[in-house]
Ligand binder design. Structure first.
Ligand SMILES: [Zn+2]
Length: 212
């Protein structure tokens, strides 16, 4: 795969940072590089966990990723292109972007995929289910006020004008039709996408997103 896998002892010693919304820890004692940004472990960005087969499994909180690395359960595949340092009680550690399990684990396929805004927008290609304009909202086809469920089969990406015009009406009352039937996506990648709030550095190499 051409990816670097590093020793955990080395991992413990490395320090780094990442710019952006993360807040530095003002009283940090260690002295990483001048570019390093220190954050609390809870505020550190999530880490993509790969199976031993390099299949993407989930996005871990940084704390869990660090525990797995120190415990020898996983190795670093990609560092952050910019550096993030977190402080634990005794030491500074560098947060990677992608890690990989040393041992393959079997994951069940059958679990239902939770619906999130990001996953729904991806299913509908960010297009309004009524007029095909760019969607910025989510509409309940049968309004919640009239008993509609909050789920894959009753939610659709919608442009703001359509959402506003539709309000709490039924499609039959408006004479509208959906451009396509609403189905729940299946498959592990979908499950993962539905969990992700953002895509970290290098993650796309492991997220093979098929069209809905
Ligand atoms: Zn529309």
């Amino acid at each position: 795969m051409g990816t670097a896998v590093r020793e955990n002892s080395e991992y413990r010693q490395r320090v780094s940072r990442r710019p952006g919304r993360l807040e530095p820890v003002p009283d940090a004692r260690s002295e990483p590089s001048a570019r390093a940004r220190q954050v609390t472990l809870a505020a550190a960005p999530r880490v993509l966990l790969l199976n031993a087969s390099y299949e993407a499994l989930t996005a871990l909180p940084a704390r869990r990723a660090v525990v797995m690395l120190i415990g020898g359960k996983a190795d670093v595949v990609h560092d952050h292109p910019t550096e993030v340092v977190v402080r634990s009680v005794e030491t500074s550690v560098k947060v990677p972007s992608v890690i990989r399990l040393r041992e393959y684990v079997r994951i069940p396929y059958h679990a239902q995929i939770p619906m999130t805004r990001a996953a729904l927008m991806h299913r509908d290609s960010h297009r309004c289910g009524y007029c095909n304009a760019r969607a910025t909202t989510i509409d309940h086809v049968i309004p919640r006020s009239r008993g509609g469920a909050h789920g894959w089969e009753n939610c659709v990406a919608s442009c703001a004008p359509c959402n506003h015009r539709k309000a709490d009406k039924l499609l039959s009352e408006l004479g509208w039709e959906l451009r396509a039937p609403l189905v729940a996506p299946r498959g592990r990648t979908w499950r993962l996408v539905s969990q992700l709030r953002e895509i970290g550095p290098h993650w796309e190499d492991y997220l093979y997103l098929d069209a809905a």
